[in-house]
Design a protein around this ligand. Structure first.
Ligand code: GLU
Length: 444
């Protein structure tokens, strides 16, 4: 494979898709050496078949707002690759959603899901509809309209959607309700469902907890732990909330959180009581982080991200490309020792280079945030068995999976000096699994 040539060709074929090209570029650079050891891969043109999604569905979603006005949005589902299991991945509802973003997410998901040890292929979907500022009934009507188009293309053994930015328990409930009504079956086709109707314990916690479990494994390689560490977390949604929850349990001090309007800096650290307030503020009242700053009298910086604040560890848990090269340089200069990604592709390629050159422990999201989709996979198993596991059982399995992902990164990413390149490790391990599965199943 001539990596640069493949990237150039993909850029020419998909010229308006920078995020997709960014995600593909990183993976291709990592896997080039192992790919070239397997001429049979090249003979089967595996690389293009792996980079280009199996199928892209796009549709119009029409719904009526509370004023009686008819609104239209775009809806999408990218079924990227099902070599190792049914398509699996979240739905993102946000004004910024476009094909490039969903294609990058579906591509990443394929690799992430391969790392989980569970049989799941990769997919992603969503809409440029944003639930922000919408009433509950508007969100419900939108979700119902979205599902009237999507339902024929999904199912427990074909494609299993879940949440992502803008799609939480409320949206999954509405989506699943409509799916059930149309499909007339109750096999759990979406994950992230409520506990009363097939959801799994620990699913809400899974991404944040999983990220902290992964971070602990990374720190252990340098005989470090989380006690007393100062952590900057971005975001304030599901992933960020349960990252803070687990960090508090581990004795770390979380000093920042953010939303798309700005960030808060709390030098005393976010304790259990403050976290309870944040969960109520965000999940019940759908409030903003400036309200936290007002309530607790701490610093609030509008229109900025928290990376200029001094910290030992950064856990970006908001969205893609939220850490630029400049931010990365600031983090390094401030003495940051580890970056573990809760979001998908939150660091730009230049930022990653800076972290790696400086010798930081750096975990790409496809490894460190895989806990979420892992527990989605466990939710699928429970639904198929028509059973429900205890929180302890699910948490145990989550811990085992995160340990396994860390071990895979070490197996495939250990450098000659004994340190681990987690980017190479995750990409090569996932690639080899998907590649072998594709090769075994013929040219499709
Ligand atoms: N959106 C999440 C992710 O990026 C979860 C996907 C899922 O549970 O299927 O992995």
């Amino acid at each position: 494979m001539k990596t640069e040539q493949v990237i150039e060709q993909l850029s020419m074929r998909f010229p308006n898709e920078p995020e997709y090209i960014q995600a593909v570029t990183e993976v291709l650079h990592s896997i080039e050496p192992v790919y070239n050891q397997h001429p049979e891969f090249e003979a089967a043109n595996l690389i293009e078949r792996l980079c280009i999604p199996d199928r892209i569905l796009s549709f119009r979603v029409t719904w009526t707002d509370d004023k009686g006005q008819v609104q239209t949005n775009m809806g999408y589902r990218i079924q990227h690759n099902n070599a190792i299991g049914p398509y699996k991945g979240g739905l993102r509802f946000h004004a910024s959603v476009n094909l490039s973003i969903l294609k990058f997410l579906a591509f990443e998901q394929t690799f992430k899901n391969a790392l989980t040890t569970l049989p799941m292929g990769g997919a992603k979907g969503g809409s440029d509809f944003s639930p922000r500022g919408k009433s509950n009934t508007e969100v419900m009507r939108f979700c119902q309209a979205f599902m009237t188009e999507l339902w024929r293309n999904i199912g427990p053994d074909t494609d299993v959607p879940a949440g992502d930015i803008g799609v939480g328990g409320r949206e999954v409930g509405f989506l699943y309700g409509m799916y059930k009504k149309l499909a007339r079956e109750n096999t759990g086709t979406l994950t992230g469902k409520g506990l009363e109707f097939g959801g799994s314990l620990i699913r809400p916690e899974a991404t944040g907890y999983g990220n902290v479990y992964f971070l602990k494994h990374m720190l252990a390689t340098r005989s470090l732990d989380l006690k007393g560490k100062v952590v900057a977390v971005s975001g304030a949604g599901n992933v960020a909330q349960y990252t803070v929850d687990k960090l508090i349990q581990e004795g770390a001090k979380v000093v920042t959180l953010s939303d798309s309007d700005g960030y808060i800096y709390d030098p005393d650290g976010i304790d259990r009581e403050k976290l309870d307030y944040i969960m109520e503020l965000k999940n019940l009242y759908r409030g903003r982080m400036w309200e936290y700053a007002e309530k607790y009298g701490v610093k609030y910086v509008a229109g900025a991200r928290p990376w200029s604040e001094k910290c030992d560890i950064a856990m970006p848990s908001a969205t893609q490309n939220e850490i630029t090269a400049e931010d990365a340089q600031t983090l390094v200069s401030n003495g940051c020792i580890a970056v573990s990604e809760g979001a998908n592709m939150p660091s730009t390629p230049d930022a990653i280079k800076i972290f790696q050159t400086a010798g930081l422990l750096y975990a790409p999201g496809k490894a460190s945030n895989a806990g979420g989709v892992s527990v989605s996979g466990l939710e699928m198993s429970q639904n198929a068995m028509k059973r429900a596991w205890s929180a302890e059982e699910v948490d145990q399995q989550l811990q085992r999976i995160m340990a396994d992902i860390h071990a895979q990164c070490q197996k495939y990413g250990t450098r000659p000096d004994g340190t681990t390149d987690y980017v190479a490790g995750a990409n090569i391990s996932a690639f080899m699994k998907v590649a072998r599965a594709m090769m075994a199943q013929g040219i499709l």
